[in-house]
Write a new protein. Structure first.
Length: 363
């Protein structure tokens, strides 16, 4: 960023945030509304099983905030919103996001993640052209490190130049959408940004994912299903740190570039589950089974289970000055405290649909 730009006051922006009722999206909406109250924020979310309007209830009725229940594959709706709201930025989180569900039914992943992203890109491209191709418009595509595939123990971490090698229907559909975004910049000059982030955790995390699933099962005295030998490694990032990274990329990132985001917190699944058990033993007064470690159960492995993910975040650190602020121990403590004090948030999510899903995955 030039000296001149640094001195210029920030112009208010008008954003569509897709998937803003989901886990990371809702954390990002809160972050943005708090940091930039003068910006217009329009959340577009289809409210699938993973979307929850409760995640945004404190923002309802607030000036500059609008919630639209709708599908990112609905071109007419997107065209209308872009125009009537005078949108200059799309922050695109909406997706089918869970690997185990993508193994059970990949079709919805192709529809939302590939066709939905394509629909948004086409609508935004036309809107951008109609408005004279402003170079401060942004299409920010929020993606995952899973597009890079699986690492062996001694492999270097994923960088922005690592070849794509997605292994699950989820990561393949995200890779497809990343390629479309890249092509829209390369071919049409659309001002895009892509971020590929490691595993997030924190408030509003849907119970199907490892950390909330284990935390809730500990509270319910249910078995803790560790896939395979539990030696798979993930690079954990507290969701608030992901939001601050996305903010920095949106403000300072170069259009057309990709940035990797990671926590520098590689942990084996089994070690993470032990950490969670220890925290729960310490913080939860009435556990049905104590110590919680007695609930750990090794179950059959996930088909095609990636062994290790790790992010090299040198580019975002050196070029944009971002680094994570929360260690995995601090983040886990915050997360456990949040889940303990928000039982009314997660209890209703253990619905009939969720129980059916659970039976299929852990059969
Ligand atoms: P999530 O499953 O919690 O939320 C997804 C949201 O998208 C939900 O609110 C859902 O209702 C909405 N949605 C789904 N299909 C839609 C459609 N067709 N139209 C409109 N809205 C729709 O997901 P998340 O974990 O918050 O992930 C958000 C994004 O971040 C995804 O693109 C994901 O690939 C990416 N990501 C996630 C992680 C992670 O650890 N969770 C890590 C890196 C990147
Ligand atoms: P998950 O939270 O589903 O994220 P991702 O598959 O996108 O990395 O899973 C994180 C890790 O935890 C992954 O290695 C799979 C493993 N896992 C289990 O061992 N048991 C479970 O019940 C779940 C949901 C995940």
């Amino acid at each position: 960023m030039s000296f001149d730009q640094e001195l210029r006051p920030r112009q208010p922006r008008k954003l569509i945030i897709t998937g803003g009722a989901g886990f990371i999206g809702s954390n990002f909406v809160h972050h943005w509304c708090q940091q930039y109250p003068g910006d217009r924020v329009v959340v577009l979310d289809a409210l699938t099983y993973a979307g929850n309007r409760k995640n945004l209830e404190d923002l309802e009725g607030r000036a500059n905030f609008r919630f639209v229940a709708g599908d990112i594959c609905d071109r007419a709706l997107i065209d209308r919103l872009l125009k009537e709201e005078g949108i200059d930025t799309i922050a695109h989180f909406a997706a089918e996001s869970h690997v185990d569900r993508s193994i059970l039914g990949p079709g919805e992943f192709v529809r939302t993640n590939v066709v939905g992203t394509f629909t948004l890109l086409e609508a935004f491209r036309h809107h951008w052209i109609e408005n004279g191709r402003p170079n401060d418009y942004r299409f920010h595509h929020v993606s995952t490190d899973e597009v890079y595939g699986s690492l062996e123990p001694d492999d270097p971490a994923f960088s922005e130049t690592t070849s794509y090698a997605p292994n699950s229907p989820y990561s393949a559909s995200k890779a497809g959408s990343d390629h479309l975004v890249r092509a829209y910049h390369h071919t049409y000059g659309l001002p895009t940004l892509i971020t590929n982030c490691s595993n997030n955790y924190g408030p509003y995390h849907f119970p199907e994912k490892l950390i909330p699933l284990m935390g809730i099962n500990i509270l319910l005295g249910k078995p803790l299903p560790v896939y395979g030998d539990g030696q798979n490694i993930r690079d954990w990032l507290y969701v608030g740190d992901h939001c601050s990274a996305l903010d920095v990329v949106l403000h300072k990132g170069t259009a057309g570039e990709t940035y990797n985001i990671g926590g520098n917190n590689e942990v084996k699944n089994i070690d993470l589950v032990h950490k969670l058990c220890e925290l729960m033993n310490e913080l939860a007064p009435d556990l049905p089974v104590r110590p919680a470690q007695n609930l750990i159960t090794f179950v059959k492995d996930r088909p095609g289970h990636d062994r290790r993910y790790a992010i090299d975040a040198t580019k975002i650190r050196t070029e944009l000055g971002w680094s994570p602020s929360v260690t995995v121990d601090q983040g886990l403590q915050r997360t456990v405290e949040w889940f303990l004090s928000h039982q009314d948030w997660w209890q209703p999510l253990l619905s009939k649909e969720y129980q059916e899903y659970y039976r299929k995955v852990y059969a």
